[in-house]
Write a protein that binds this ligand. Structure first.
Ligand code: E4P
Length: 228
């Protein structure tokens, strides 16, 4: 059924910062990148330039968002973004115009990430318009005292009911528990800031255990290393 249970959960970095991307990519666990106009603006370079450099660092889906708000202009902008690199996924907002653009771009074989999704009804619309990815924003829903993870669970259920192949990208993940819970809910992808990816590693018992292993090893082998 569709692309469910392929045995992988994908981690994307939600940043346009090249240093963060290099560090994350160096760990070998980054499958793609999401950017948005705010993240691109933070780096201060034109989007074409910034996104091309991102594509040189991470070999995976790289979302680049249109800033036009009218569908014909979004389509033009989306096509230009897609020309930057084969890995570009065009990001369109979940507006009426954005959905029109998604339908048109998807029909021409371009991959579209529909962003700024805050409800299951919006996620249904995106799937029907042929979106390659839907991006529900978990953290921003939590920010207004609703439950962002419930939305992920609803979308997983609805897409499974009909075998939609649109990938669910849990966005606006703010901490490691968000990442784990979205994987438990069955989201295909979690996108997160670098500091959240970094925090996924942390456990005090890992540090304590390694410290003890190295001390025990040193007591016996410091003077006579193995093979020495
Ligand atoms: C997703 O693609 C967005 O760029 C992002 O996850 C938004 O996260 P924020 O709510 O932390 O800004």
């Amino acid at each position: 059924m569709g692309n469910w249970y392929t045995g992988t959960v994908k981690f994307f970095l939600d940043t346009a910062n090249l240093e963060e991307l290099k560090k994350g990519a160096g760990w070998g666990i980054v499958d793609g990148v999401t950017t948005n106009p705010s993240l691109i603006a933070k780096e201060g370079r034109p989007i074409e330039e910034q996104v091309r450099m991102i594509c040189d660092i991470v070999d995976g889906d790289i979302s680049a968002e249109v800033v036009a708000t009218e569908s014909a202009a979004m389509i033009r902008e989306g096509k230009n973004l897609a020309k930057i690199h084969k890995n570009i996924v065009v990001k369109c907002p979940l507006t009426r115009e954005g959905i029109k653009a998604c339908k048109a771009l998807s029909s021409e074989g371009l991959r579209v990430n529909v962003t700024l999704c805050f409800s299951a009804s919006q996620a249904l619309i995106a799937a029907k318009a042929g979106a390659y990815i839907i991006s529900p924003f978990v953290g921003r829903i939590d920010d207004i005292s609703w439950n962002g993870m419930d939305l992920i669970r609803s979308i997983v259920q609805i897409y499974k009911n009909y075998g939609y192949t649109t990938q669910i990208l849990a966005a606006s993940l703010r901490h490691p528990v968000h990442v784990v819970e979205s994987a438990m809910a069955g989201a295909h992808i979690g996108t997160m800031p670098f500091k959240v990816l970094d925090a996924l590693f942390n456990h005090p018992l890992t540090d304590k255990g390694l410290d003890q292993f190295l001390k025990d090893w040193a007591k016996v082998f410091q003077e006579t290393p193995v093979g020495g």
